[in-house]
Design a protein around this ligand. Structure first.
Ligand SMILES: [Zn+2]
Length: 348
């Protein structure tokens, strides 16, 4: 009578054990998982700072990272309102190929660094990114992510904090985010309607990707940073209280409304207004042209740039009239070789 249930139990144990083994193998087959779990070879701790681990051939870069580390840690702790909770390592790879193979990205990936739950990884690309040495900035940016993950827990961070805020905060703290898209280009895109989508919370299991709504990562970073900096410039004390609340686990939307006197969409509208005014003032076009408003100043500026052949803004082709139109602009910019004609949209 007892033999059958005992066999059943035995099979249940074997099945459970097998499932755990298979799940573990599936995880460990991923390079990124092995790097995150520190299951890597060929790295040694730097003598002058044992937090920094280097691959053979990366000693000089690792030393530069170690030199930059104290200031980067201080900056993150000061801006993000809390000390790091636990120790961490910085892994410095000898080549971008080694870096991308460890983090499971294609070799052509422009990623300079990445934060895992316990560590930060740095590519040599951080030292020569787009002809700039950005290793201090890349280090600080990734430490911002690592810090937020430490103080909130990675589950809470991913679930509660929207990725635009995580990236915008890291970009503000580290002075990154404008390497490939300038503030001016980000402003122009915002005014033309090509805007970052502002989630009110994070997403599990993975954050929303900007590619899902046709935005590049550099543009996503530039606009996210702009909005975070706007929040700070609007009221530095409120911003500090808001960051403090988020870092200590408050619900994102609640902390936002409490500190900025309105919900996300309300404050975003104020931000759009300030961007329009900033661009209009920067171009100076509205002071010299009749009927010019901040909204159509961008189109006039674009027209000038089209004439010079220097624009990279996305255009929508107007079907039968052969005109191109900027997203959301109230004026058309008719584009011909070496010529650009403006016309109000209502009369087009
Ligand atoms: Zn980031």
């Amino acid at each position: 009578m007892r033999v059958f249930p005992r066999r059943k139990r035995t099979w249940a144990v074997i099945l459970a054990f097998g499932t755990v083994v298979v799940a573990t193998l599936v995880i460990l087959i991923q390079p990124r998982a092995r790097a995150a779990l520190r299951l890597v070879h060929g790295f040694s701790a730097l003598e002058v700072d044992a937090r920094v681990w280097f691959e053979r051939g990366a000693e000089n870069m690792a030393t530069a990272i170690a030199t930059a580390l104290p200031a980067a840690v201080a900056r993150v702790e000061s801006c993000q309102s809390a000390p790091f909770r636990t120790s961490f390592r910085i892994y410095v790879c000898a080549s971008h190929q080694s870096f991308t193979s460890h983090i499971g990205e294609p070799l052509g990936s422009p990623v300079r660094g990445i934060a895992f739950p316990w560590d930060v990884w740095i590519s040599p690309k951080a030292f020569s990114f787009d002809r700039q040495d950005t290793h201090r900035e890349a280090l600080t940016h990734e430490l911002s992510h690592l810090h937020l993950g430490q103080v909130l827990g990675w589950w809470h961070r991913t679930k509660e904090v929207p990725s635009w805020f995580q990236e915008g905060l890291a970009d503000w703290v580290a002075d990154t985010g404008n390497e490939l898209v300038s503030r001016r280009e980000a402003s122009e895109a915002i005014i033309s309607g090509h805007r970052v989508q502002l989630d009110e919370a994070g997403r599990l299991p993975f954050p929303k990707q900007p590619e899902s709504y046709g935005m590049t990562w550099p543009m996503f970073h530039a606009q996210s940073r702009m909005f975070v900096e706007y929040l700070r410039s609007r009221d530095p004390n409120a911003f500090a209280r808001f960051v403090d609340a988020v870092v200590h686990g408050a619900k994102f939307t609640t902390a936002f409304s409490l500190n900025f006197g309105g919900d996300l969409s309300h404050v975003w509208k104020d931000f759009l207004q300030s961007v329009s005014q900033e661009v209009a003032q920067a171009t100076g076009l509205c002071t010299t042209r009749p009927n010019c408003t901040p909204q159509n100043a961008i189109t006039i500026e674009l027209c000038l740039r089209l004439t010079k052949g220097t624009t990279t803004l996305p255009l929508l082709k107007d079907d039968h009239r052969g005109r191109s139109m900027v997203f959301g602009a109230s004026w058309y910019a008719k584009v011909e070789p070496r010529k650009c004609i403006l016309a109000p949209k209502t009369t087009a």
